[in-house]
Design a protein around this ligand. Structure first.
Ligand code: PRP
Ligand code: MN
Ligand code: MG
Length: 183
């Protein structure tokens, strides 16, 4: 471990597991989209940045990349349920086959809002690939077709996931020591 050794209780998804599962997911999704012409990945900033970058590079079909930034958490460790658009799509997604890339589905509030928003913009189809999902935490039922890992309902950071904007750059997903966020 590096500088973060004091803050991380344990690693729950290792760098190796991330690499392997991302490749599997990319191939699985690509098999379903082989007959479509063109796929538009919509990454949800900032959390999805690492996963989207790895997913897109493992995806064996041509894609276009688009980003939205929304925030429901702010500085807090639990979701407020209030979604704000911090950065909108740069262009029209009408008639595009959209795959939303998310780092994690927790309460599902962010995605449920986002799926309605993207549908209102006229996408030809919309599916979600989420690297992590917390099945115990889900408050709203969102259709997430592709999931990397189901994880326990603990506060995790790394591989894009933050606590108060920190830890996103960790190359693995780990559980933060409770004393870090109860400080
Ligand atoms: C986090 C995470 C997901 C969302 C999941 O984003 O990246 O986008 O929360 O939570 P939910 O299922 O309960 O809605 P956050 O709002 O913290 O913004 P960030 O991606 O910039 O960290
Ligand atoms: Mn996010
Ligand atoms: Mg966050």
């Amino acid at each position: 471990m590096g500088w973060y050794a004091d803050d991380i209780e344990r690693i729950i998804v290792s760098e190796e597991q991330i690499k392997e599962r991302t490749k599997e997911l990319a191939e699985q999704v690509a098999a379903d989209y082989a007959d479509r012409d063109g796929v538009l990945l919509v990454g949800v900033l900032k959390g999805a940045v690492m996963f989207m970058a790895d997913f897109a590079r493992a995806f064996p079909l041509p894609t276009e990349l688009e980003f939205m930034a929304v925030s429901s958490y702010g500085q807090a460790a639990t979701s407020s349920g209030v979604v704000r658009i911090l950065k909108d799509l740069d262009r029209d997604i009408a008639d595009k086959h959209v795959i939303v890339c998310e780092d994690i589905v927790d309460s599902g509030l962010t995605l449920s809002w986002l799926l309605r928003y993207l549908a209102s913009r006229g996408a030809a189809s919309i599916e979600v690939v989420a690297f992590l999902r917390k099945p115990d935490a889900v408050k709203v039922d969102v259709p997430v077709k592709y999931v990397g890992f189901d994880i326990p309902n603990e506060f995790v950071v790394g591989y894009g996931l933050d606590y108060a904007e920190r830890y996103r750059e960790l190359p693995f997903v780990g559980v933060l020591k409770p004393e870090v966020y109860s400080r």
